[in-house]
Design a protein around this ligand. Structure first.
Ligand SMILES: [Zn+2]
Length: 257
Protein backbone atom coordinates (compact mmCIF):
# COMPACT_ATOMS: atom_id res chain seq x y z
CA UNK A 1 0.00 0.00 0.00
CA UNK A 2 1.26 3.44 -0.83
CA UNK A 3 2.52 5.80 1.83
CA UNK A 4 -0.42 6.76 4.07
CA UNK A 5 0.38 10.40 3.45
CA UNK A 6 -0.75 10.02 -0.13
CA UNK A 7 -3.45 7.44 0.42
CA UNK A 8 -6.29 9.97 0.29
CA UNK A 9 -6.32 13.07 -1.81
CA UNK A 10 -8.12 16.24 -0.97
CA UNK A 11 -10.35 17.39 -3.73
CA UNK A 12 -9.39 21.01 -4.21
CA UNK A 13 -11.42 21.78 -7.28
CA UNK A 14 -12.34 25.22 -6.01
CA UNK A 15 -8.97 26.28 -4.70
CA UNK A 16 -6.92 28.11 -7.26
CA UNK A 17 -3.73 26.18 -6.69
CA UNK A 18 -2.22 26.88 -10.03
CA UNK A 19 -1.72 29.89 -12.23
CA UNK A 20 -2.57 27.55 -15.05
CA UNK A 21 -6.16 28.64 -14.58
CA UNK A 22 -6.14 31.80 -16.72
CA UNK A 23 -9.67 32.80 -15.71
CA UNK A 24 -8.85 32.71 -12.00
CA UNK A 25 -5.48 34.40 -12.49
CA UNK A 26 -7.15 37.30 -14.31
CA UNK A 27 -4.45 37.28 -16.96
CA UNK A 28 -6.76 37.93 -19.91
CA UNK A 29 -6.98 41.67 -19.31
CA UNK A 30 -3.23 42.15 -19.61
CA UNK A 31 -2.90 39.85 -22.62
CA UNK A 32 -5.71 41.63 -24.44
CA UNK A 33 -3.34 44.48 -25.29
CA UNK A 34 -1.30 42.25 -27.59
CA UNK A 35 -3.65 39.56 -28.89
CA UNK A 36 -7.11 39.65 -30.40
CA UNK A 37 -9.98 37.73 -28.92
CA UNK A 38 -11.73 34.66 -30.27
CA UNK A 39 -14.42 32.52 -28.62
CA UNK A 40 -12.69 29.52 -30.26
CA UNK A 41 -9.15 30.59 -29.39
CA UNK A 42 -5.98 28.79 -30.48
CA UNK A 43 -3.82 30.11 -27.60
CA UNK A 44 -4.03 31.08 -23.92
CA UNK A 45 -2.02 33.54 -21.82
CA UNK A 46 -0.31 32.14 -18.71
CA UNK A 47 1.83 33.63 -15.97
CA UNK A 48 5.29 32.13 -15.55
CA UNK A 49 7.20 32.62 -12.30
CA UNK A 50 10.97 32.64 -11.79
CA UNK A 51 12.65 33.24 -8.41
CA UNK A 52 13.60 36.89 -7.93
CA UNK A 53 11.89 38.07 -11.09
CA UNK A 54 8.48 39.63 -11.70
CA UNK A 55 5.89 37.25 -13.20
CA UNK A 56 6.20 36.95 -16.96
CA UNK A 57 3.27 36.44 -19.27
CA UNK A 58 3.54 33.73 -21.89
CA UNK A 59 1.06 33.00 -24.63
CA UNK A 60 0.91 29.28 -25.33
CA UNK A 61 -0.67 27.69 -28.40
CA UNK A 62 -3.35 25.20 -27.32
CA UNK A 63 -4.66 23.82 -30.61
CA UNK A 64 -3.31 23.21 -34.08
CA UNK A 65 -2.75 26.35 -36.15
CA UNK A 66 -2.78 26.68 -39.93
CA UNK A 67 -0.01 28.62 -41.60
CA UNK A 68 -0.90 32.32 -41.64
CA UNK A 69 -3.74 31.89 -39.12
CA UNK A 70 -4.02 34.65 -36.52
CA UNK A 71 -3.11 33.71 -32.94
CA UNK A 72 -6.09 34.50 -30.73
CA UNK A 73 -6.81 34.21 -27.01
CA UNK A 74 -10.12 34.16 -25.12
CA UNK A 75 -10.90 37.39 -23.19
CA UNK A 76 -13.86 35.60 -21.61
CA UNK A 77 -14.42 31.96 -20.68
CA UNK A 78 -15.15 30.05 -23.93
CA UNK A 79 -17.52 27.81 -21.94
CA UNK A 80 -20.06 30.64 -21.64
CA UNK A 81 -23.02 30.65 -24.00
CA UNK A 82 -22.98 32.98 -26.98
CA UNK A 83 -25.30 35.66 -25.52
CA UNK A 84 -23.30 35.88 -22.27
CA UNK A 85 -19.99 36.04 -24.16
CA UNK A 86 -21.33 38.82 -26.38
CA UNK A 87 -22.65 40.76 -23.40
CA UNK A 88 -19.41 40.49 -21.38
CA UNK A 89 -17.20 41.42 -24.32
CA UNK A 90 -19.37 44.44 -25.04
CA UNK A 91 -19.41 45.57 -21.39
CA UNK A 92 -15.76 44.91 -20.49
CA UNK A 93 -13.97 45.38 -23.80
CA UNK A 94 -16.39 47.51 -25.80
CA UNK A 95 -16.82 45.41 -28.93
CA UNK A 96 -19.35 43.11 -30.53
CA UNK A 97 -17.66 39.77 -31.11
CA UNK A 98 -17.87 38.73 -34.74
CA UNK A 99 -15.67 35.65 -34.42
CA UNK A 100 -16.60 32.64 -36.53
CA UNK A 101 -18.09 30.79 -33.58
CA UNK A 102 -20.30 33.71 -32.46
CA UNK A 103 -21.44 34.34 -36.02
CA UNK A 104 -22.42 30.69 -36.42
CA UNK A 105 -24.05 30.32 -33.00
CA UNK A 106 -26.05 33.56 -33.31
CA UNK A 107 -27.30 32.54 -36.74
CA UNK A 108 -28.00 28.91 -35.83
CA UNK A 109 -28.56 28.62 -32.07
CA UNK A 110 -28.87 24.84 -32.48
CA UNK A 111 -25.15 24.70 -33.33
CA UNK A 112 -24.14 25.41 -29.75
CA UNK A 113 -23.38 22.07 -28.07
CA UNK A 114 -26.91 20.87 -27.24
CA UNK A 115 -28.07 19.02 -24.16
CA UNK A 116 -29.49 16.19 -26.20
CA UNK A 117 -27.63 13.30 -24.71
CA UNK A 118 -29.59 10.92 -22.49
CA UNK A 119 -26.93 10.75 -19.77
CA UNK A 120 -26.61 14.53 -19.65
CA UNK A 121 -30.37 14.95 -19.39
CA UNK A 122 -30.39 12.58 -16.41
CA UNK A 123 -27.57 14.46 -14.73
CA UNK A 124 -29.25 17.81 -15.35
CA UNK A 125 -32.49 16.54 -13.83
CA UNK A 126 -30.56 15.47 -10.71
CA UNK A 127 -28.80 18.81 -10.50
CA UNK A 128 -31.80 21.04 -10.91
CA UNK A 129 -34.73 18.91 -9.80
CA UNK A 130 -37.35 17.16 -11.87
CA UNK A 131 -39.66 19.31 -13.94
CA UNK A 132 -37.06 22.00 -14.64
CA UNK A 133 -36.76 23.02 -18.26
CA UNK A 134 -33.56 21.79 -19.82
CA UNK A 135 -31.27 24.54 -21.02
CA UNK A 136 -31.13 24.60 -24.80
CA UNK A 137 -27.39 24.04 -24.79
CA UNK A 138 -24.69 22.77 -22.44
CA UNK A 139 -23.18 26.24 -22.28
CA UNK A 140 -26.08 27.42 -20.15
CA UNK A 141 -24.30 29.42 -17.48
CA UNK A 142 -25.66 27.42 -14.57
CA UNK A 143 -24.94 23.98 -15.99
CA UNK A 144 -21.14 23.65 -15.95
CA UNK A 145 -20.66 25.32 -12.53
CA UNK A 146 -23.44 23.14 -11.05
CA UNK A 147 -21.76 20.04 -12.44
CA UNK A 148 -18.36 21.16 -11.07
CA UNK A 149 -19.91 21.82 -7.67
CA UNK A 150 -21.55 18.38 -7.54
CA UNK A 151 -18.30 16.71 -8.57
CA UNK A 152 -16.43 18.48 -5.80
CA UNK A 153 -19.14 17.96 -3.16
CA UNK A 154 -19.54 14.24 -3.91
CA UNK A 155 -15.76 13.74 -3.73
CA UNK A 156 -15.59 15.59 -0.39
CA UNK A 157 -18.40 13.44 0.99
CA UNK A 158 -16.54 10.29 0.00
CA UNK A 159 -19.15 9.36 -2.64
CA UNK A 160 -16.39 8.65 -5.13
CA UNK A 161 -18.37 6.72 -7.74
CA UNK A 162 -21.00 9.46 -7.88
CA UNK A 163 -18.21 12.05 -8.10
CA UNK A 164 -16.67 10.18 -11.03
CA UNK A 165 -20.02 10.22 -12.87
CA UNK A 166 -20.25 14.03 -12.53
CA UNK A 167 -16.53 14.41 -13.19
CA UNK A 168 -16.70 12.36 -16.39
CA UNK A 169 -19.65 14.40 -17.67
CA UNK A 170 -17.80 17.63 -16.88
CA UNK A 171 -14.65 16.36 -18.57
CA UNK A 172 -16.61 15.45 -21.72
CA UNK A 173 -18.10 18.95 -21.87
CA UNK A 174 -14.75 20.63 -21.27
CA UNK A 175 -13.28 18.61 -24.14
CA UNK A 176 -16.07 19.92 -26.40
CA UNK A 177 -16.05 23.61 -25.44
CA UNK A 178 -12.33 24.24 -24.88
CA UNK A 179 -9.36 23.93 -27.23
CA UNK A 180 -7.51 20.58 -27.03
CA UNK A 181 -4.77 21.73 -24.62
CA UNK A 182 -6.74 24.19 -22.50
CA UNK A 183 -5.34 24.37 -18.93
CA UNK A 184 -8.67 23.82 -17.18
CA UNK A 185 -9.03 20.38 -18.81
CA UNK A 186 -5.70 19.31 -17.28
CA UNK A 187 -6.55 20.66 -13.82
CA UNK A 188 -9.89 18.86 -13.90
CA UNK A 189 -8.30 15.58 -15.04
CA UNK A 190 -5.88 15.79 -12.12
CA UNK A 191 -8.77 16.13 -9.65
CA UNK A 192 -10.63 13.35 -11.44
CA UNK A 193 -7.58 11.06 -11.20
CA UNK A 194 -7.29 11.70 -7.43
CA UNK A 195 -11.00 10.99 -6.95
CA UNK A 196 -10.69 7.77 -8.97
CA UNK A 197 -7.69 6.75 -6.89
CA UNK A 198 -9.81 7.27 -3.76
CA UNK A 199 -12.53 5.13 -5.37
CA UNK A 200 -9.95 2.39 -6.00
CA UNK A 201 -8.84 2.45 -2.36
CA UNK A 202 -12.41 2.07 -1.10
CA UNK A 203 -13.58 -0.46 -3.69
CA UNK A 204 -14.95 -3.78 -2.51
CA UNK A 205 -13.32 -6.19 -4.94
CA UNK A 206 -9.83 -6.46 -6.44
CA UNK A 207 -11.38 -6.28 -9.93
CA UNK A 208 -13.07 -2.96 -9.16
CA UNK A 209 -9.90 -1.64 -7.56
CA UNK A 210 -7.93 -2.53 -10.68
CA UNK A 211 -10.55 -0.98 -12.98
CA UNK A 212 -10.47 2.32 -11.05
CA UNK A 213 -6.67 2.35 -11.09
CA UNK A 214 -6.60 1.84 -14.85
CA UNK A 215 -9.14 4.66 -15.20
CA UNK A 216 -7.02 6.96 -13.00
CA UNK A 217 -3.95 6.10 -15.09
CA UNK A 218 -5.77 7.05 -18.30
CA UNK A 219 -6.84 10.44 -16.85
CA UNK A 220 -3.23 11.08 -15.84
CA UNK A 221 -1.93 10.24 -19.33
CA UNK A 222 -4.22 12.81 -20.96
CA UNK A 223 -3.46 15.32 -18.18
CA UNK A 224 0.29 14.92 -18.72
CA UNK A 225 -0.05 15.52 -22.47
CA UNK A 226 -1.74 18.87 -21.83
CA UNK A 227 0.65 19.97 -19.07
CA UNK A 228 3.69 19.16 -21.22
CA UNK A 229 2.30 21.38 -24.01
CA UNK A 230 1.63 24.22 -21.54
CA UNK A 231 5.17 24.03 -20.13
CA UNK A 232 6.62 25.20 -16.85
CA UNK A 233 4.89 27.94 -14.91
CA UNK A 234 7.61 28.17 -12.30
CA UNK A 235 5.64 28.03 -9.07
CA UNK A 236 5.97 25.00 -6.84
CA UNK A 237 4.72 22.36 -7.01
CA UNK A 238 3.89 22.31 -10.69
CA UNK A 239 0.85 20.10 -11.38
CA UNK A 240 3.13 17.97 -13.58
CA UNK A 241 5.08 16.95 -10.45
CA UNK A 242 1.80 15.80 -8.90
CA UNK A 243 1.02 13.81 -12.04
CA UNK A 244 4.44 12.15 -11.98
CA UNK A 245 4.05 11.27 -8.29
CA UNK A 246 0.59 9.81 -8.84
CA UNK A 247 1.75 7.85 -11.89
CA UNK A 248 4.61 6.32 -9.90
CA UNK A 249 2.30 5.38 -7.02
CA UNK A 250 -0.24 3.91 -9.42
CA UNK A 251 2.39 1.86 -11.23
CA UNK A 252 3.57 0.41 -7.90
CA UNK A 253 0.00 -0.34 -6.84
CA UNK A 254 -0.93 -1.96 -10.15
CA UNK A 255 2.20 -4.14 -10.14
CA UNK A 256 1.38 -5.45 -6.64
CA UNK A 257 -2.33 -6.15 -7.25
ZN1 LIG B 1 -17.07 35.27 -30.37
Amino acid sequence: MADALWSRFENNNFVVHSHLDPVAAGVFVEASRSFNHSCAPNAVPLFVFSPGEPPRMEVVVVSSIQQGEEITIPYVDPALDVRTRQERLRTSYGFDCTCLRCTRELKHPALAPPVNDGALRGIYAQLSGEGQDLPSCVLHESFLPALAERFSASAHEGKYEEAIMYGDALRALYEVVYPAFYPLIALHLLELAKTTWNAALSSKTPDMERAFMDKAASYLRRCRTILVVLGEEGDVPHPLEEVTMLETLLKNEISTT
